[in-house]
Design a protein around this ligand. Structure first.
Ligand code: FES
Length: 151
């Protein structure tokens, strides 16, 4: 069940402007860690924007998820620079610690794990992002210690 009061507050904060659709969706994503359909219907009603356009926007941008995500979103860079510096071993540590494969979220909604191709700081490889914060020059031991900070 979605907290519709919070969704209403987010919409109000942007004066229910159609032009603020993406910002509103970003705020909802940030609040709930995904875009629940109840929230999207409310946005559609309040902004007077058809659901089809909202769903198109929600599926177009990678920042949005239409399925529930964990409280901590982990992206492991598997681009070439990170790969040659040991990204696979970093990924394995994360998989072993969280019990997740890329694309999965755990039942407690603690972590979502994904792989990405390059996040633009190759010199720091191997790099991962947790909740949009980048962590570089990772080795397996450092990775396990880092994950403990996000429990
Ligand atoms: S390849 Fe990993 S940041 Fe570029």
């Amino acid at each position: 069940m979605t907290d519709t009061t919070k969704v209403q507050q987010i919409i109000d904060r942007h004066d229910a402007r159609e032009g603020a659709l993406i910002e509103i969706l970003l705020d909802i994503q940030h609040e709930f860690h995904w875009l629940p359909s109840e929230a999207l219907e409310l946005v559609s009603d309040r902004l007077n924007v058809p659901m089809g356009r909202i769903r198109h926007t929600a599926t177009f941008y990678k920042a949005f998820s239409l399925v529930p995500k964990g409280r901590h979103e982990i992206n492991v860079c598997m681009g070439t620079a990170c790969h040659v510096r040991g990204a696979q071993r970093v990924l394995e540590v994360i998989q072993n610690t969280t019990g997740l494969m890329p694309g999965e979220t755990d039942a407690e909604m603690k972590y979502s794990l994904d792989t990405v191709n390059c996040i633009g700081c190759c010199a720091l490889g191997p790099v991962i992002e947790i909740d949009k914060e980048q962590h570089g020059k990772l080795v397996p031991g450092k990775t396990a210690a880092l994950l403990k900070r996000y429990e």
